[in-house]
Every structure is written in C-alpha cells, then in structure tokens.
Design a protein around this ligand. Structure first.
Ligand SMILES: Nc1ncnc2c1ncn2[C@@H]1O[C@H](COP(=O)(O)OP(=O)(O)OP(=O)(O)O)[C@@H](O)[C@H]1O
Ligand SMILES: [Mg+2]
Length: 230
C-alpha cells in the first residue's frame, strides 16, 4: 500500500480496489455508490507518452483527467442507448468534492450479499477464482455480443474494467470503466466510425481477454475453479 492509499484509509475510507490510474472506495455517505480518486503521479505505474501528456494537461485543466473522461463517456452512452445501458455499465453521477479531494461518484456494483463485486482481474490473479474459465469466457462472449449489437466502441477490454456478477450457474460481466468509449489510443480513430473496423477490433480484444482468462486459470491447477454448481 502506498502513501496515498494509506492516507485515504486513515481518513476513514474503505478502499474497494485500485486501478492503474485511480483508486475506488466505498462512498461513506451512500451504500449505493463508490468514489473514484485519481492517483497522484508518484502513486501510478509507468505511464505511456499519451498518458503523460494527458496527465500534464489534467494538472491545469481537469477536463483531461480520467474522471472527467469517464463521466463524459458515461453521459455519451446514456444519451445514445437510454436507461437500459445501466444493466451493463456503472452509472456515473458526477464529480464531487469530498473531504479526501475531488472524486467521481458512481453506482457501486455489488453482489447479492451486499459486498462490492470483485473485478475479473481479481478473479484471475488475486485469491481463489469463483467461476470456471468456461463460465468467464461465456460471460465475455455475452458482453461482446452486446457491444457488437449496439455498436459500442468499448475497446479497453482489460480484466480490471469489469466486475463479475454471479448469474444462475454462471456469471455475467458488468463494465465499471467506460473511458475507452471516448478516449482511444489511435491517432486516427477510424474504428469508431467504420462498423466493420469496430467489429473486428472488438472481436480481437474480446478474444485476447478470453485467452488471458484461459491462461490465468490454467497456470496453476491448484487455482482451477470448481465446476459451476459444485
Ligand atoms: N462502480 C464500481 N463498482 C464496484 N467496483 C468498482 C467500480 N468502479 C471501479 N471498481 C473497482 O475498482 C477497480 C479499478 O477501477 P477503474 O478501472 O475505474 O480504475 P482505473 O485506474 O481507471 O483503471 P485503469 O487501470 O483501466 O486505468 C476495478 O477493477 C474494480 O475492482
Ligand atoms: Mg480501468
């Protein structure tokens, strides 16, 4: 744990998880929400050139920060796809000023028992997985189908951007980080405008995610999850 996490914890916040650029904590004022804090430069990993430029700009113009980007991406999705989008993406309420600094307030994805849902990343690399590779890959198939049906350019299909919600004997994915719907890495974002390119790119990214799941859960037989329903 680094200094920034420690300060927030000491300040009374319950941290859910930390991504490469932000830390997510329970909202002490509302059980239904969580707060995302942008990590200070020294608490982040090695950034790419694009991230360094974005961060330098965000120091003077919050518009360029990750929280504002996610909020814009969420509003864009909501405007295009209506209320139903909340079944697949965590709703963002807005930027709030808290005792711990500025944060993005979002709906907190929770399990039926009330605990915050674990990310797909945590399922694969942090503690015992609760679902089989087949069940998680089926959940990726389902999310991929949904993105393709709606032509949603969510390209950052990394395991930390999804939480896993149990459903029947299997699981479904729920996206907790929509930034990439607006903020791509390409200089010319052609795949956002040409449906054929969009489909190909989503299919590639989903395939890569399924591969990661299979590799992670095959890596150590002791970590192999029990078959669904057992
Ligand atoms: N709405 C939410 N409900 C429950 N947990 C969440 C929520 N948002 C984020 N999390 C948790 O926080 C982790 C990091 O979130 P997020 O992906 O938004 O951070 P990030 O730093 O932007 O990520 P990246 O590494 O993609 O830059 C997630 O993997 C998840 O465990
Ligand atoms: Mg993320």
């Amino acid at each position: 744990m680094n200094r920034f996490d420690e300060d927030l914890r000491r300040g009374g916040l319950r941290i859910i998880a930390r991504g490469a650029t932000r830390l997510c904590a329970l909202d002490p004022d509302s059980a239904a929400h969580c707060l995302k804090f942008e990590l200070p430069a020294e608490a982040r990993g090695r950034p790419s050139l694009r991230q360094r430029v974005r961060r330098a700009l965000a120091r003077y113009w919050p518009y360029f920060g990750e929280n504002r980007l996610e909020l814009r991406a969420w509003r864009h999705l909501r405007q295009r796809h209506g209320d139903g989008i909340e079944a697949h993406f965590a709703a963002c309420e807005g930027i709030v000023q808290t005792h711990w600094g500025s944060a993005l307030r979002c709906r907190c994805a929770r399990l039926p028992n009330g605990q915050p849902a674990r990310s797909l990343y945590a399922q694969l690399f942090d503690g015992a997985p609760e679902h089989s590779a087949d069940a998680l890959c089926a959940a990726v198939d389902e999310f991929e189908r949904f993105l393709l049906q709606r032509h949603i350019p969510l390209f950052d299909l990394n395991a930390g951007n999804f939480v896993v919600i149990p459903e029947g004997n299997g699981a479904r994915l729920f996206c907790v980080d929509a930034k990439s719907v607006l903020g791509g890495k390409e200089f010319l974002p052609l795949s956002r405008y040409f449906p054929v390119l969009l489909r190909r790119k989503i299919a590639r990214r989903a395939q890569r995610l399924r591969q990661r799941i299979r590799e992670a859960l095959a890596a150590d037989p002791a970590l192999a999850p029990p078959l669904a329903g057992h």
